[in-house]
Design a protein around this ligand. Structure first.
Ligand code: KG4
Ligand code: ZN
Length: 373
């Protein structure tokens, strides 16, 4: 069985062909994985401009799909099905992929599978590593999401908790912007942090004081997890961003009113900038790792997975692996190419749904907000 995956939820136009192997330990094989990134276009604006993104997807989609088919050595009639990201994401961007995939499915008379973007990120771990010990707790950490999922069986994703405000990748991007490091911020901070002292700047660890003030409720929260566990799985990064703004203001680099104030990042020395990046990264990574391991312990998980753009972060990968080895809990992270947005993960998630006969009717639509299921 061979499936063509298409991903256009944000600023990457991506297509990939994934095939089944018949081996339950490694059920899928990636035959191609093509990504056309719009980063260079959006960098000028300091972030993704939705209207520009959707128009660029229209320009790129045909070439990207053709390349994915050529790289895989297949022609249209070799495909057994199509999979496409239905949401969540930018609706204009999603629509390009959804419309293209629907047209191709209709023309070929092949089934189409509608995939949740975060199910794709979760399945990137299974595409890379095959069957991992279950149940697993999987952290999806990207520019738009910071969420912990409980995966008891392949293809079952139960949301345990998520960020209350900014995603971790968003915090990276905003702090990088404050420091004048450009877009996207994650890779730039990751690189500079290697030269810095991670204890140089005292930034606060996100805490949830309301949990201390209120007695723990006995009821189960949505999804059937005890409230005490769901709380372990919550994140918050907007306070950290404010702390960064304040700190820069104290140093005379930024105004006190926040992000709207122009920053004279040139007033920080290279070493100060590196120290700042290292300190910020330490706080973010410690928070992600601590909460993921605490949730995994509380739910009796046999392994941990980390996926999404921020899982490309060198310190997150290193610290999570080291903690996993120390605690005897295996940690699985996709390769860098499968960490950030790609279509191979969408094809894999599509195969997972196809196995269950979960095929979409052709009138399904792109959805900016979409629950996983
Ligand atoms: O999964 P992704 O490609 O797109 C979304 O679904 O959001 O994630 C993009 C995010 C951006 O915020 C980017 O800054 C972050 O992932 N990112 C990183 C690194 N590489 C990408 N964050 C920290 N360290 C990195 N090395
Ligand atoms: Zn993503």
């Amino acid at each position: 069985m061979r499936i063509l995956g298409i991903e256009t939820s944000c600023d990457e136009t991506a297509a990939a062909v994934v095939g089944t192997t018949g081996d339950p330990a490694r059920p899928w094989r990636m035959l191609s994985n093509v990504i056309s990134s719009q980063t260079d276009i959006h960098r000028e604006w300091g972030g993704v401009v939705p209207e520009i993104a959707s128009r660029q997807h229209v320009r790129d989609i045909c070439g990207v799909v053709e390349r994915a088919m050529t790289d895989a050595g297949v022609v249209w009639r070799d495909l057994d099905a199509l999979a496409v990201t239905q949401g969540p994401g930018l609706v204009g961007s999603l629509l390009v992929g959804v419309s293209f995939a629907k047209a191709a499915a209709a023309a070929l008379g092949r089934p189409i599978v509608a995939v949740h973007h975060l199910a794709g990120h979760i399945e990137s771990i299974f595409l890379e590593h095959g069957a991992i010990p279950l149940p697993a707790v999987i952290l999806v950490v990207s520019g738009g999401h910071t969420s912990l999922y409980f995966v008891p069986e392949p293809g079952q994703y139960h949301l345990v908790g998520r960020t209350r405000d900014d995603a971790a990748g968003e915090a990276y991007d905003k702090v990088a912007r404050l420091l004048g490091l450009g877009y996207p911020g994650g890779p730039a901070i990751d690189r500079l942090a290697r030269e810095g002292d991670d204890m140089a700047v005292d930034l606060p660890r996100p805490r949830f004081t309301h949990a201390d003030r209120n007695p723990p409720p006995a009821e189960l929260v949505a999804g059937g997890f005890p409230a005490s566990v769901a709380r372990l799985a919550e994140f918050s990064f907007s306070g950290l961003k404010t702390a960064v703004v304040r700190h820069l203001a104290q140093r005379g680099v930024a105004g006190t009113t926040g992000l709207a104030v122009p920053i004279d990042a040139g007033r920080l020395s290279d070493q100060d900038t590196a120290d700042f990046c290292a300190s910020f990264q330490r706080v973010v990574v410690e928070t992600l790792v601590d909460r993921t391991f605490a949730t995994a312990r509380a739910l009796g998980a046999r392994s941990i997975g980390i996926a999404g753009g921020v899982s490309a972060n060198s310190r997150l990968r290193r610290d999570a692996q080291a903690r996993g080895e120390a605690e005897g809990l295996p940690v699985f992270v996709p390769s860098i190419a499968l960490s950030t947005d790609n279509a191979a993960m969408i094809a894999a998630a599509g195969l997972r749904k196809l196995e269950r006969g979960d095929v979409a009717a052709l009138h399904f639509n792109a959805q900016a907000a979409l629950a996983i299921g």
